[in-house]
Design a protein around this ligand. Structure first.
Ligand SMILES: Cc1cc2nc3c(=O)[nH]c(=O)nc-3n(C[C@H](O)[C@H](O)[C@H](O)COP(=O)(O)OP(=O)(O)OC[C@H]3O[C@@H](n4cnc5c(N)ncnc54)[C@H](O)[C@@H]3O)c2cc1C
Length: 255
């Protein structure tokens, strides 16, 4: 029987976690938000050999992909995104021409596994609370542990990277931080951040087409694209989210 006690268990966790954190004080790409778009971007960038860390404030990565519509755990995927589902080995059902359903739990689990096995590191329970900007370029993010209860004032850590992605979904946290400080004036972002009314057809296209570097060093993907540029929401069809993550990875790799 392996010899262990509580002290050895604690030491093993501290050593392994702090090793992971120290290794990612400087990364090539920081992705904020482990939603479906951020997870696809992470898997693609890590597969290209880049050092990628995903910061997720919740305990569970996956963002909104676990739920489907009204928490019915099936999502809809359109033909264009099916290559990603096949790469993930996620089972799908063809419901009608070009439209498929998938079990959202299977999809969420597969997206997380793919990103981690490609080499990306996910630090969950880690909230990004600010950006680090040098000479007009985003150079990193300011993080803290996500504490569920008392908002004690605790000084944060800073992680640095060549590129930062806002994949925080409807919250659009990073863009919001720049906007609040007037740093986006003159740039083509919406006057009031936030997605527009439901239009699944337009929204699915918008979330891919408008992926971009919003501010030097800061990119946006997923639902945050619609919130940044005033695009429509699209509900529980997820092909656009996956393709949005793939697009941001491809643009960053080129850049
Ligand atoms: C928890 C949750 C549940 C949802 N449930 C449904 C649903 O049941 N039906 C439906 O149609 N739509 C739902 N949505 C919305 C829909 O799923 C999203 O629009 C879609 O998942 C967008 O994908 P995304 O990749 O842009 O990121 P999202 O899936 O929105 O994920 C964004 C991630 O960013 C994280 N995050 C946000 N701010 C920070 C920060 N400061 N630091 C670190 N991490 C941060 C969030 O915790 C989240 O995991 C939900 C969204 C969320 C976040």
């Amino acid at each position: 029987m392996t010899q262990f006690d509580e002290a050895r268990i604690s030491k093993a966790i501290l050593g392994a976690y702090h090793g992971k954190l120290a290794e990612h004080i400087v990364s090539d790409v920081i992705i904020v938000g482990a939603g479906p778009s951020g997870l696809v971007a992470a898997a693609d960038l890590a597969a290209k050999g880049l050092k990628v860390v995903i910061l997720e404030k919740r305990l569970t990565p996956g963002g909104g992909v676990w739920g489907g519509a009204m928490a019915m755990n099936e999502v809809v995927i359109q033909e264009e995104a099916m290559p990603i589902l096949r790469e993930l080995n996620v089972r799908t059902r063809n419901v009608e021409d070009g439209l498929y359903t998938a079990d959202s739990i299977e999809l969420a689990a597969a997206l997380i596994l793919k990103a981690v096995q490609a080499g990306a590191v996910i630090l969950n329970m880690t909230t990004v609370e600010d950006l680090c900007i040098h000479d007009g370029t985003v150079r990193g993010v300011v993080i803290n542990r996500t504490f569920g209860t008392t908002p004690l004032p605790i000084d944060p850590l800073t992680l640095m990277a060549d590129a930062v992605i806002d994949g925080t979904g409807h919250e659009t946290m990073l863009i919001e931080m720049l906007k609040r400080r007037g740093l986006l004036e003159g740039l083509p972002v919406a006057d009031r951040l936030g997605d527009g009314p439901m239009n699944a057809v337009e929204g699915e296209k918008f979330v891919v087409d408008r992926v971009s570097e919003v501010y030097p060093g800061l990119w946006v993907c997923g639902m945050a694209v619609c919130a940044t540029f005033g695009g429509p929401r699209m509900g529980p069809i997820f092909g656009g989210m996956l393709l949005s993550g793939r697009r941001v990875a491809s643009l960053i790799a080129k850049a």
